[in-house]
Ligand binder design. Structure first.
Ligand code: FE
Length: 180
């Protein structure tokens, strides 16, 4: 009798958990990646060597981010020049995605572009950046996104300094600075 009860409990738990699992898979962030916006959360790779992504729905991002950060990271907005907190930051450290903590840029490659936005001549790791063609406002630009959470960071231009000649022009609000 006891064995039958245990079996029934097991079956009840097992069947009731299935619909919940399948219903939340597409909405939940990947459980193995802890979501935090002000510390370094290193990239993780799956068995195929692909970067493990973070996915959240609109409501979840709105809950996590300030309205300004949401506008820039999730709606491809641009903060006003010289208004962010990081364009004039000269400290040593790492700049991580404000959405998921992925390390994107180092202070070693930051330079003063005079634009009023934090500018870097290269990302920390090309795998952590996605570049897309952006044809908004009658211009052809290359948009830069965080490769893990898809958060909009800014644009990359080919008028940067040596050694790359590139200028990653990034919104302060898309980044968090982690001091060395
Ligand atoms: Fe991110």
């Amino acid at each position: 009798m006891k064995l039958i009860s245990i079996l029934l409990v097991f079956l009840a738990c097992n069947t009731s958990s299935r619909p919940a699992d399948s219903a939340t898979t597409s909405l939940d962030p990947t459980p193995s990646v802890e979501i935090t916006s002000d510390s370094i959360v290193p990239p993780q790779y799956d068995a195929q060597g692909k970067l493990v992504k973070v996915t959240k729905n609109k409501e979840e991002w709105k809950k996590q981010l300030s309205s300004e950060a949401y506008k820039v990271l999730r709606e491809e907005g641009t903060e006003r020049a010289f208004t962010g907190t990081l364009w004039d930051n000269h400290e040593k450290g790492t700049f991580v995605c404000a959405g998921c903590g992925l390390p994107l840029f180092s202070s070693d490659t930051k330079f003063d572009s005079g634009t009023g936005w934090p500018s870097f001549y290269q990302p920390l790791n090309k795998d952590c950046i996605t570049e897309n063609e952006d044809r908004a406002y009658g211009m052809v630009r290359i948009e830069v996104e965080c490769a893990r959470c898809g958060g909009h960071q800014g644009h990359v231009f080919d008028d940067g300094p040596k050694p790359t000649g590139l200028r990653y022009c990034i919104n302060s609000v898309s980044l968090k600075f982690v001091k060395q």
